[in-house]
Each structure stands twice: as structure tokens, then as C-alpha cells.
Design a protein around this ligand. Structure first.
Ligand code: FAD
Length: 485
């Protein structure tokens, strides 16, 4: 959702239909920060190809709310248009996208560009944001071995040349689990940096069992997209199990890999840990359904399943680059006063225990303990959600003066920059509206960005009727957010 489009007409949007991608406010925030830097440093000597005058004007425009997000995004690109980096990144686009970016920079409205069709590929920058600066170190790939003689030869070669352990992922011993020796671990925020002795990337439950049995005395921890800030991953010398291919794991900034399912499929993870399996409907319960989900599944993949099948979780995390295992492991939440944590919608958890044995928990009391274990109970392989019939969001995001969006009981406490003159009636009306949204709406979100006088109020209720349904986001919004990224 872009800032200029917050006052859209009332529309009904499928609650699971919105691809969550990098939002344009991030671009606006970048502009403000860059503007501050440009104002206080003599950058012209160091960066002669950056249009610093335009950057300063842009920062002023954003700060004083005089420029819409489409114009701001265009101007931000123009600031860097003559730099070598821009030229390189632009050069990496296919001819269609190159033409679209050039047209946008020359002033063609995003609406006109998107109307001709827009097939996004990952923004070039996002391809360079994995922990190894564009190169993933050599690893055992998922070796497929055929025949006794060939197998013995490959095993011997791997063992003597690579000094890396062999863990089989299938009963026939034809698949070897991908493994990396002594490579750094970095979480997304870069506040957790460790060096596990071995990093495995599994595909099967049997592979996980074999792995645990092979290392009975070693500490084994898991990771998904590494989006957790807290330090509860593998430590130095531990064994790490990554449920995201190291080629695609996010490390520095938000990236959009999870939007591109073909890229996800390219990743070497596949099969049972990435499966979504719907159970047959249960008698007498037409409005709920159970779905078994592998731990490597992302919210985007579950969203695709939900749209196809007409079921959805009532809550979800805002980020796309997370795994089901990560959501369960850190007890994630969605939004809305009436909702519980995401784990509260889980009816069964399957995991490999410390002895390498597959276990499953379905008892409601035991589930409470199992689902609050911060990944310490064992390696979770699948969970079963209880989902509800798909509904539709009645959505009308608005930009509201901060003091009226989240009205204070006592206006004298409001900082001067955010203070607006209001009558007691107006303030009371804002309080009633705020309380109703907070207490009753299905989804509630108030977003405020530094130096902004307004708050983006995005709270909505749901209806079962799909009449008037519209897709969200629109192609224009997707184009703008892609180019901002
Ligand atoms: C931009 C952003 C927005 C966010 N929005 C929300 C939000 O709206 N709501 C919310 O609740 N959180 C939110 N978070 C937090 C995020 O959802 C959690 O940190 C989530 O755990 C990340 O998933 P991941 O795949 O990156 O897991 P990781 O961070 O890689 O792992 C999380 C934990 O789970 C454990 N784990 C992972 N897989 C398994 C497994 N198979 N078995 C056992 N343990 C396992 C790991 O060992 C680790 O301890 C957000 C984070 C970011 C960066």
C-alpha cells in the first residue's frame, strides 16, 4: 500500500490475497535518512554522480508531506540514475523491464506502465543480499547415487577429498544430505553471528532422523529465514539445520525471493518438508478444516494454497520471508484483539526427538507445552493447523493526523510536532473510533514513520460474501514497490 493511495474507495479484498511485499514507506524512510546525510556531509566530492540537490529537495518534500510516493520513488531513482551502480543494476534487467524503468524515470505514470503488464523478477539488488556476497561456498549437493560400485566410489571421494560427513536422506541410500563445513551464520538483523561446525540442508524426515542419530552428543539447532532477532540459533561448533536453501536465505535487507515461487522451486529444498496437505472435511464441521504443513513452507506458499482451496488462517505474521518452523519456534502472532497466537491454531505437531525417533503430539494440554518450546523439544517436521473458511476484508486504509489516529486521553502530552488543534467533540469522536477499531476489527494496524505527521490506519473487518471482490495489491502498486526495492 503506497502512502498516496491510502484513501482508496471502499473495496473488498480477499483476506489472504494480498502478497506482502516491501512497502513504499521503507523507500520514504530511506529518502529521509539519505537527505539527513546529504545535508550534513560534503558528499559531492566523494559521490560526484549522485544528484545531491535533487536528494535534498526530495527529503524536504517528503518531510513536509508535499510529495506523493510515486513521485518520490521516481525522484529517488533519478538521484542515482547517473551512478555506476545504477547502470550495472539497470543492465541486469531484461529488455522489457529496462524499457519500463526508463519510461518511469522519464515521467510515464506507473498506472500506464502497469496497464501494459508487469511481470516482476527479483529486483537486482535483492539477488546480492545473501550472506556470502553472491557466492555460496561449495557443498555436498544432493548427490543421487546409483548402483553399489558407483556409490562406493562417490562415498570414498567425498570422504577423502571433502572431509564432510555423509547423511542419507532415503532408505535406499541414494540421496546424500547437502552439508557445508565451517561456514558463518548470520541472522537477518546481523546481531547474531556464529560459526557452526556443520550446516545441513535437509529434504526428508528420514534424513533428519539419520542426522540426529549420527550426532548423539552434539548440540543441533535449526534455522529458517533467520529473521529472529533473539540469539537462539546454533552456537560456535554446533550443528545447524537450515530449512531454507543457503542460496536464498535472507541476510541483510528485506528481499522478495519468497514472492517468486519459481525461484523457491529452484531451491534445493523439496518434497515432504515443503508440503501442504489438506485432510478430508470432518462430519458436522463445515466451517473448519485441517491442513498439515511442512516446516519449510513459507506464508506465501500457504497463501497460494489458501486461495486455491478457500481456507485460511485468521492470523499471520507480516513478513513473507519466514518459515512455518520459525513461526512455530518463536511463537509468532498476527493482529486483532480477538485472535490468539498462531500456535493456538495448531492441532498437531510432529517432530524428531533427541533419539532420532518421529513423535507426534495431539493432546491439547501437551500441545500447549510443545508449542511454547522455542525449538528446544526436537526438530519439528510438520504441524497441522485448524483453518477457517476464507473471508473477505472490507478494507479502507486511511492517512490520519497522528493525534487523531491514536488519540491521547490528555492532549497536553502530545509533542508539539504532532499536535493539532481539535475541539473536544472532535477528540471524543476520534477516541470512540480508535476504541471501536482496536476492540472489534478483525485486523488492526497503525503505522507511523519518523518525521511523518500522519499515521497509516489500516484496520478492517471481514465478510463472507465475495461480491465486489478486488485483487490487492494492484499491478501499479506492485510495480512501484518493485522499483522502490
Ligand atoms: C520484518 C519482520 C516482520 C515480522 N513480523 C512479525 C509479525 O507480524 N508477527 C510475529 O510474531 N513475528 C514477526 N516477526 C518475527 C518473525 O516472524 C519470527 O522471528 C520468525 O521466527 C521468523 O521465522 P524464520 O523462518 O526466519 O525463523 P528463524 O528466525 O530462522 O528461527 C526462529 C526459531 O525457530 C527455531 N526453528 C526453526 N525451525 C525449526 C524447526 N523445524 N524445529 C524446531 N525449531 C525450529 C529456530 O531454531 C529459532 O530458534 C517479524 C520479523 C521481521 C524481520
Amino acid at each position: 500500500m503506497t502512502l498516496t493511495q491510502v484513501s482508496t474507495a471502499l473495496c473488498q479484498i480477499n483476506t489472504y490475497q494480498a502478497p506482502r511485499i516491501i512497502s513504499t514507506p521503507f523507500a520514504l524512510l530511506s529518502i529521509l535518512l539519505l537527505g539527513l546525510i546529504a545535508a550534513s556531509h560534503p558528499l559531492a566530492d566523494v559521490h560526484p554522480t549522485v544528484d545531491l540537490d535533487l536528494l535534498r529537495q526530495l527529503a524536504d518534500g517528503v518531510r513536509s508531506d508535499r510529495i506523493g510516493s510515486e513521485d518520490a520513488t521516481r525522484a529517488l531513482c533519478q538521484v542515482f540514475e547517473d551512478t555506476f551502480t545504477f547502470e550495472v543494476l539497470h543492465g541486469q534487467l531484461n529488455s522489457d523491464l529496462k524499457a519500463k524503468v526508463s519510461a518511469f524515470l522519464s515521467g510515464t505514470p506507473a498506472d500506464d506502465i502497469a496497464a501494459k503488464g508487469f511481470d516482476p523478477t527479483p529486483a537486482p539488488l535483492s539477488l546480492h543480499r545473501h550472506p556470502f556476497g553472491g557466492r555460496v561456498p561449495d557443498a555436498h549437493k544432493k548427490h543421487h547415487l546409483f548402483g553399489g560400485h558407483a556409490r562406493a566410489k562417490v562415498e570414498e571421494t567425498i570422504d577423502t577429498l571433502e572431509h564432510r560427513p555423509i547423511v542419507y536422506e532415503d532408505h535406499e541410500r541414494t540421496m546424500i544430505m547437502e552439508v557445508y563445513a565451517d561456514i558463518p551464520f548470520l541472522n537477518w538483523q546481523q546481531n547474531v553471528q556464529t560459526r557452526p561446525a556443520l550446516t545441513f540442508v535437509p529434504s526428508t524426515v528420514l534424513g533428519l532422523q539419520n542426522l540426529i542419530k549420527a550426532y548423539p552428543h552434539r548440540r543441533i539447532r535449526c534455522s529458517g529465514y533467520r529473521h529472529t532477532r533473539s540469539d537462539f540459533f546454533a552456537e560456535d561448533g554446533d550443528i545447524l539445520v537450515s530449512f531454507v536453501s543457503l542460496h536464498y536465505v535472507a541476510s541483510v535487507l528485506p528481499e522478495m525471493i519468497s514472492m517468486f515461487s519459481d525461484r523457491i522451486n529452484e531451491a534445493e529444498l523439496s518434497g515432504e518438508l515443503r508440503s501442504v496437505q489438506t485432510f478430508p472435511p470432518r462430519a458436522g464441521q463445515p466451517d473448519t478444516q485441517r491442513v498439515r504443513v511442512g516446516v519449510a513452507v513459507t506464508p506465501e506458499e500457504l497463501r497460494e494454497w489458501a486461495i486455491a482451496d478457500g481456507w485460511s488462517l485468521p492470523v499471520d505474521v507480516t513478513a513473507d520471508e519466514v518459515t512455518t518452523g520459525g513461526i512455530v519456534g518463536s511463537m509468532c502472532h498476527g493482529s486483532g484483539f480477538a485472535h490468539k497466537s498462531i500456535n493456538d491454531y495448531i492441532r498437531s505437531v510432529e517432530y524428531v526427538d533427541v533419539n532420532g525417533v518421529v513423535q507426534s503430539i495431539t493432546d491439547a494440554k501437551e500441545l500447549h507445552a510443545a508449542l511454547g518450546c522455542f525449538g528446544l523439544m526436537g526438530i519439528i517436521t510438520h504441524i497441522t493447523y485448524e483453518v477457517k473458511k476464507m473471508t473477505f476484508a472490507v478494507m479502507q486504509p486511511r492517512k490520519v493526523k497522528t493525534m487523531l489516529a491514536v488519540p491521547p486521553p490528555d492532549p497536553s502530552h502530545v509533542p508539539e510536532a504532532l499536535f493539532v488543534e481539535t475541539s473536544p467533540d472532535e477528540l471524543q469522536e476520534a477516541i470512540v473510533d480508535f476504541e471501536r477499531r482496536a476492540a472489534q476489527d478483525h485486523y488492526t494496524e497503525w503505522s507511523w514513520f519518523s518525521y511523518q505527521s500522519d499515521v497509516l490506519v489500516n484496520t478492517w473487518s471481514t465478510v463472507a460474501d465475495s461480491e465486489g471482490e478486488e485483487d490487492y495489491t494492484t499491478p501499479t502498486q506492485t510495480f512501484l514497490q518493485w522499483i522502490a526495492a
